[in-house]
Design a protein. Structure first.
Length: 244
């Protein structure tokens, strides 16, 4: 009778064990191949909203004979503007000094060369009007308070309550991506499975407001009228589905 050494038995057992491991690993590898069948599509969602606030800046600018005189006069006019803003419902937190400056002004002629003609003092306010229907009234009050020393600029409708619009834009982006993915899956003779990834390619983007159909103009008393227009909120995403 042929003898089998213990070393041979150990080798056979080890080989059998390795075969078992390979066999057991096959189902896992096979399952992985299903996950490799996927489709990735981008989706874009856009929602139009009417801005719910107005932001503008007002600059008080006065020329005086000296730095001190110019700054004093500009401060008085700025105080009048500040009071007008508060009297028209603008909270202190919504009035921000964007800049304060004093500098000499010059003229030049061939006969006298460069010569200081005075000193200009300026203060610029950045104002947020949370009730857009009152924006025209607030702007008019600022001009009345500051007179010829006031310069206006940067009147921009803005959207403060943007969460709801962003949520709608995300929902529209998902629907857009899913519609395209379903169409491609049908063309390929298959169907969509579960979602395995979703990436937001851009945070909600807010476009510059554009004018609505013009039904507003100057009021009968020639009050300032601010057109809010509409603002687009856009979200872009990328979604990956498993293909069944």
């Amino acid at each position: 009778m042929k003898k089998i050494s213990l070393r041979s038995i150990a080798s056979i057992t080890s080989a059998a064990f390795l075969v078992g491991v390979v066999a057991l690993s096959l189902p896992a590898e096979a399952a992985g191949t299903v996950e490799n069948r996927y489709i990735t599509l981008t989706g874009v969602g856009t929602v139009s909203v009417v801005p719910d606030a107005v932001r503008f800046n007002a600059t008080v600018s006065i020329v005086g004979k000296t730095n001190s005189a110019a700054l004093t006069d500009a401060s008085k006019a700025s105080s009048a503007v500040r009071t007008a803003l508060k009297d028209n419902g603008i909270a202190v937190k919504d009035i921000r000094s964007a800049s304060i400056s004093v500098y000499p002004e010059y003229t030049w002629t061939q006969e006298t060369g460069t010569k200081i003609t005075g000193y200009r003092a300026s203060q610029t306010f950045d104002v947020l009007v949370r009730k857009p229907s009152t924006a025209g009234t607030v702007i008019g009050a600022v001009v009345d308070a500051g007179g010829d020393a006031v310069q206006l600029g940067g009147v921009i409708p803005v959207t403060l309550d943007s969460a709801a619009a962003a949520e709608e834009a995300r929902a529209a982006a998902v629907a857009n991506a899913k519609s395209k993915a379903s169409s491609y899956a049908k063309l390929l003779g298959t169907s969509l499975g579960r979602v395995i990834s979703l990436d937001e390619l851009s945070s909600p983007v807010y476009s510059t407001p554009y004018a609505m159909t013009s039904k507003v103009g100057m009021a009968s008393d020639m009050a300032v009228e601010v057109d809010l227009g509409e603002q687009d909120v856009t979200v872009s995403i990328s979604v990956r589905w498993v293909l069944n």
